[in-house]
Design a protein around this ligand. Sequence first.
Ligand code: AHR
Length: 324
Amino acid sequence: MRRKLPAVLLSAALAFVVTACGSGSGGTTTADDGKITLGFSQVGSESGWREANTKSIKESASTAGIDLKFSDAQQKQENQIATIRSYIQQKVDVIAFSPVVVTGWDAVLKEAQAAKIPVVLTDRAVDSDASLYVSFLGSDFVKEGEAVGDWVLNEYKDATGPVNIVQLEGSVGSAPAIDRKKGFEAKIASNPNLKVIASQSGDFTRADGKEVMTAILKANPKIDLLFAHNDDMGLGAIQAIEEAGKKPGVDIKIVTIDAVKDGMQALADGKINFIAECSPLLGDQLMEIVKQIKAGQPVEKRIITKETTFTQEQAAEALPSRKY
Ligand code: AHR
């Protein structure tokens, strides 16, 4: 018995090292060439923000020398689940994904955990148990909605009558749509003059933003303010407002979230009145997290992206050096 003990301990220690290094089952993927393999499932290419986010992830992986397997889910959860399952089969070292919606991830996350492949959430949250993923890197969407709500509160602090507000929501069931709405509506609730008269999803795209706003304009002759959950829907709505013969930023004030270049240009041009930033530049931080996991180092469970807000004057100043 005494002689057997060290061998048992040795194999247990080896098993721990393989797990701590975050290798796929058996750790075969990285043992050969020493390279880390990251499987990333992206939401889609619905917005300027998303394009900038994809670029950031691809560039940062290449700079960090990480072998990136990248897949675009075209805003469909079933595509993301199929991709994650294929990354599990391929025994990648780490899986990262930006979940299209909040719910419905338990089964696939448990499969990744059973295969000992660490999962990192980027950009968007899930409602699964936090033990099913290692870390979540992304913005505080409630705070973004609150920042917009604060601007609106201040803008209409002296209003003596109703202020009619339209909200263009992001993709149904997605974390940014849920949280931005929550943060915004909680803030404006303190002024009873501020009334949301219509609130519909524009799926975070410019085309849907235009289509939904066109219909809302037809049904509502008096709109004072539009809150679009992202720049792209706001930019689509601007086209609808102009086609309806109104002046965006003046006849209808517009507030959005993201601060991508097109949005910032519209803000500097006076067609948007205020933007809360949501940074898509997550690539470098994600690669750092992946390396830490692979090295068996502890990583923070929640990493919140640093962000700011922009007025029209601040946008004009920031535009020349804007990275996305
Ligand atoms: O999850 C981040 C959001 O998704 C961005 O604000 C929006 O533009 C994108 O589509």
